[in-house]
Design a protein around this ligand. Structure first.
Ligand code: RTP
Ligand code: MG
Length: 140
């Protein structure tokens, strides 16, 4: 296994319910280190750019509206196998299918308002981290 970095976003449904600290505790208990973090209000253009891979999907417009409906917390996480580890910690996209103990099982409201984003590959993690953070903002 290798030390990796992945991008996490705590989504508006979770920031609205003041769950940032509880979600960060799950992240840290899983052995991942938060090496960069900022709370931001995404612009529509930023959200559309971030989710450009989904632009042909039926839910794209709703997803962008949701992601700009409140503040998000963007984070870079570091640890052994961080991309796959964080996907496990998040749980399935639809919280109804998420395992016990996962962030989405504990906190998500619906398939869309599912509390967190995590990069789905090491290649995308590097692209997504660079989308939000300058190298100087990441302190390992
Ligand atoms: P994420 O990218 O946010 O980490 O989530 P994911 O990989 O588990 O899911 P993905 O297929 O990449 O979908 C991105 C986000 O779009 C919303 N979604 N809505 N209404 C729907 O059927 C639907 N399906 C997906 C969710 O917020 C999902 O996390
Ligand atoms: Mg995804």
């Amino acid at each position: 296994m290798a030390v990796e970095r992945t991008l996490s976003i705590i989504k508006p449904d979770a920031t609205r319910r003041n769950l940032t600290g509880k979600i960060n505790a799950v992240i840290e208990e899983a052995g991942l280190r938060i090496v960069a973090q900022k709370r931001v209000a995404l612009t529509r253009a930023q959200a559309e750019g971030f989710y450009a891979v989904h632009k042909e999907r039926s839910f794209f417009g709703e997803l962008v509206d949701f992601m700009i409906s409140g503040p998000v917390v963007v984070q870079a996480l570091e640890g052994e196998n961080a991309v796959a580890t964080y996907r496990e910690v998040m749980g399935a996209t639809n919280p109804a299918n998420a395992e016990e103990g996962t962030i989405r099982k504990q906190f998500a409201e619906s398939i869309e308002a599912n509390s967190v984003h995590g990069s789905d590959s090491l290649e995308n993690a590097a692209i997504e981290i660079a989308y939000f953070f300058a190298q100087t903002e990441i302190v390992g």
